[in-house]
Design a protein around this ligand. Structure first.
Ligand code: C2E
Ligand code: MG
Ligand code: MG
Length: 559
């Protein structure tokens, strides 16, 4: 139908339209090779006039050299009637020979013989900003965002985003240099280009990550994203082999599918990033599919972390210490209590320490909170000392406090402030691989020792159960984890381990406490093994300070 409008008539309409748009309107007569574009374009770009014949050649000269191939191919497809729509982003040269990004879109109009006659459309300037990554030659992330936003949702069909990252890329940069790092990234980009064979768009994301955007899949079966990852991996291995293993690396992948029903939006980038993060956390060199539940859990944790931060900022609002009695087995009396942190959030209610303590540790918030715990517990200890001179408060200390804060000077400060005798407090440290490394830990533990502060290994048997700890770290007390105590009645193995371990500790002059004694039956059973102390629901659950004071402080003869 458009063919019946003449070239000149189009131009007349453009003259009117161009007053109300910043875009350049153009028409290309594909048979006559005749071109016309809004006058303003000829003032800016490398054209002498706004109306000329020999169009293919003249326009080509205005195209930035490295985009010429792409431009020619697109023009070929148009002329041969292979496509009906034109949509291309590339660079034109301005009068100063500077490349300017443009978006050119248009419609192809066919004549009665079915031959492509006109290409009619508009060009908008995208600016000078380089949208191509210099290292890999791929599009950048900004472009991916644009592409997702501009995607023709109706026709996008099914597809996926697959994010590929180089494992331990930082090590490559550090061990060799940035150039080798860039070369590696470039090599990976080439492998990806080979595998995708023009069927997907590829973008360089931040750092060592490359995103593959695959759409218009007619249907999704056999997990095409995972299959693509496997193919890329094989290609990378081949590439490394060809270069005689000069530099060996592995890749991880994270992907997310979109379907006709659930169209893609910008959040999908985050989803692919989340899946890749999981692949790296799970040991790298693997590919993981995005999972909604895992993502929600992750977001929930972030929200809790945020709520924890607010509580800390609001003067530790919602935090309290509960106390659980610890029974001295020889004297059958309550000799002390373990201070246990509780947190009630305004938004989330009561949350278990098993959930929020690791989040405090991850975020570093355990440092201010830990300081608050030490002060609170010592303040209580001072009060209770007056009524009950032998009474001892156990305070849990996280490895993060030991490794990343000056916990000893905090302790010194509060001991002095509240006039605490060192024998009235004990610090519990959970056995963990995190503590194992470096001499800092050793120095700090020596500082505890030189101040005659009591130390316990907490949850013994759950972590590394490293006997070297006991020798080198100068603990006074070993708290055997409740998992063993739970198993003791049924499992001969647990029974023997606990029994032998208690004897071993005693022969080394170490005290032993059993955690998690819950029932009368438990109690009868473990009593025989002669622990020095017992702690568990059998005697009491952790309770608020006031309740502890009323029920247990100074109470003689508990059994
Ligand atoms: P933990 O230091 O080993 O504390 C003992 C845990 O065992 C407490 O859990 C206590 O409620 C529980 N428990 C005591 N007796 C029994 C029993 O008979 N049966 C069972 N099933 N459980 C019993 P809670 O309070 O949930 O604390 C969990 C962990 O969170 C603690 O284990 C500790 O690692 C950490 N935590 C708690 N408060 C603090 C704190 O103030 N600072 C630090 N750094 N960590 C803390
Ligand atoms: Mg403890
Ligand atoms: Mg414990």
């Amino acid at each position: 139908m458009g063919e019946h409008i003449s070239f000149e008539q189009f131009i007349n309409v453009f003259k009117i339209l161009s007053k109300s748009t910043d875009d350049y309107l153009f028409i290309l007569d594909l048979i006559e090779d005749h071109y016309n574009i809004t006058d303003r374009a000829a003032e800016i770009f490398l054209f002498d006039t706004s109306d000329f014949y020999n169009a293919s050649n003249i326009i080509k000269n205005c195209v930035y050299p490295s985009d010429r191939d792409m431009f020619n191919k697109n023009l070929e497809l148009i002329k041969n009637g292979m496509i009906t729509k034109h949509d291309l982003e590339y660079r034109w040269l301005n009068k100063n020979n500077h490349p300017i990004w443009i978006s050119s879109r248009g419609q192809i109009i066919f004549n009665d013989n079915g031959k492509a006659k006109y290409l009619v459309g508009r060009i908008s300037e995208l600016g000078r900003k380089n949208k191509i990554d210099n290292i890999t030659g791929l599009y950048r992330e900004v472009r991916l965002r644009q592409d997702i936003l501009n995607m023709d949702r109706q026709f996008s069909g099914n597809g996926f985003l697959l994010l590929i990252g180089i494992d331990n890329f930082k090590d490559i940069n550090e061990r060799y240099n940035r150039e080798i790092g860039n070369e590696t990234l470039n090599g990976l980009a080439k492998c990806i280009i080979k595998v995708t064979k023009g069927k997907a768009r590829i973008y360089r994301m931040s750092g060592d990550e490359i995103m593959i955007f695959c759409k218009n899949l007619s249907f999704i079966n056999d997990n095409p994203a995972a299959a693509m990852y496997t193919e890329i991996k094989a290609m990378v291995d081949e590439h490394i082999g060809e270069r005689y293993y000069k530099l060996f690396y592995t890749i991880s992948g994270g992907f997310v599918y979109f379907t006709e029903d659930e169209t893609i939006d910008l959040n999908f980038i985050e989803k692919a990033e989340f899946a890749l993060r999981l692949a790296k956390l799970n040991g790298k060199n693997m590919c993981i599919c995005y999972d909604e539940n895992e993502y929600n859990e992750y977001v929930y944790k972030l929200e809790i972390q945020e709520a924890l931060r607010k509580s800390v900022e609001n003067n530790f609002e919602g935090f309290t210490l509960y106390y659980q009695p610890i029974v001295n087995m020889k004297k059958a009396c309550i000799y002390g209590a373990e201070a246990l942190l509780r947190w009630k959030s305004k938004e989330f209610g009561m949350i278990s320490p098993k959930v929020f303590i690791p989040l405090l540790e991850e975020s570093g918030l355990i440092i201010p909170v830990g300081r608050w715990i030490i002060e609170e517990a010592m303040c209580k200890c001072m009060e209770w000392q007056k009524k009950c001179p032998y009474f001892r408060v156990n305070i849990n200390i996280s490895f993060v406090q030991i490794k990343k804060s000056n916990v000893i000077s905090d302790i010194d400060l509060f001991i002095e402030k509240y006039g605490i005798k060192s024998d009235n407090i004990l610090f519990e440290i959970t056995e963990s691989g995190e503590l194992d490394s470096g001499c800092t830990t050793q120095n700090i533990l020596e500082s505890f020792h030189s101040r005659s502060l009591n130390l316990a290994i907490d949850d013994f048997g759950t972590g590394y159960s490293n006997l070297r700890y006991i020798k080198e770290m100068m603990f006074n007390l070993i708290k055997i984890d409740k998992a063993f105590i739970k198993g003791i009645k049924k499992s001969h193995y647990d029974y023997v381990v606990v029994k032998q371990f208690t004897e071993l500790a005693h022969s080394l002059n170490l005290m032993v406490c059993y955690e998690g004694v819950e029932t009368e039956e438990d109690f009868k059973c473990v009593k025989e093994l002669k622990p020095d102390y017992i702690q568990g629901f059998y005697f009491s659950k952790p309770v608020p300070a006031k309740e502890f004071e009323e029920k247990y402080l100074g109470k003689e003869k508990i059994f």
